[in-house]
Design a protein around this ligand. Structure first.
Ligand SMILES: [Zn+2]
Length: 137
């Protein structure tokens, strides 16, 4: 009986961990797929990534282009940037975006949306309810 009880305790103690891991798994950002064509870099799976991030493409594009100090345009479901970039560089910029505009700074979960109130932008988290002011992109 004691064994059963301690087993149950252990199972209960593991619940938050499991819940967190499940949430983490849901948020799997695919690897950035780039193709350099002449003097342009085509981000082939841009659409797929912004769908996972649940953010408008225009916003992500603006951030990435700004960080790369270049111009970006949409071509179909791809994003095209002027200049040659490696996946490492783009992935680092994307991570910066995720850390600033997707992950909740309080609970680290990605269940957030950006809301604007009285000219101020907030990252609103549906997992823990935190509202964090952010800089507009
Ligand atoms: Zn949160």
């Amino acid at each position: 009986m004691d064994d059963y009880e301690s087993l149950l305790d252990r199972a209960r103690a593991q619940v938050p961990d499991d819940a967190f891991r499940r949430s983490g798994e849901r948020f799997q950002v695919p690897e950035v797929q780039l193709m350099v064509q002449g003097n342009r870099t085509i981000w082939q799976n841009f659409q797929e990534i912004i769908t996972v991030l649940n953010r408008p493409g225009k916003e992500v594009m603006k951030f990435v282009a700004g960080q790369l100090a270049t111009a970006g345009t949409f071509e179909g479901s791809t994003a095209v940037f002027q200049g040659k970039f490696t996946p490492d560089v783009v992935e680092e910029v994307l991570n910066r975006y995720i850390n600033s505009y997707v992950k909740c700074p309080v609970c680290s979960r990605p269940d957030t949306s950006i809301v604007k109130e009285k000219q101020v932008y907030y990252l609103s988290c549906s997992a823990c309810g935190a509202k964090t002011s952010i800089r507009p992109i």
